[in-house]
Design a protein around this ligand. Structure first.
Ligand SMILES: [Zn+2]
Length: 75
């Protein structure tokens, strides 16, 4: 915690983290990167942290991941 209450409020308890709106906004891209085997965490920083702390978004992520994965052509 700093001496600046406004800064603490801006940074939040665990540093930068996405809101649910931002999470939904980037979820498609994040899942596509995951399915492609790319570094999804680097592509959408903070999203995994949000999923870890937000069961609703994690559920959304899991169903989207299953959907996209099922849609992938098998090599
Ligand atoms: Zn959320």
């Amino acid at each position: 915690m700093s001496d600046n209450p406004l800064l603490d409020k801006l940074l939040g308890p665990d540093g930068p983290e996405l809101t649910c709106d931002e999470c939904f906004e980037h979820l498609d891209r994040y899942v596509e990167l995951e399915v492609a085997g790319a570094d999804a965490d680097a592509g959408v920083p903070g999203l995994r942290a949000h999923l870890a702390g937000c069961p609703a978004c994690r559920e959304e992520h899991d169903s989207l991941l299953a959907l996209v994965a099922a849609d992938q052509p098998k090599p």
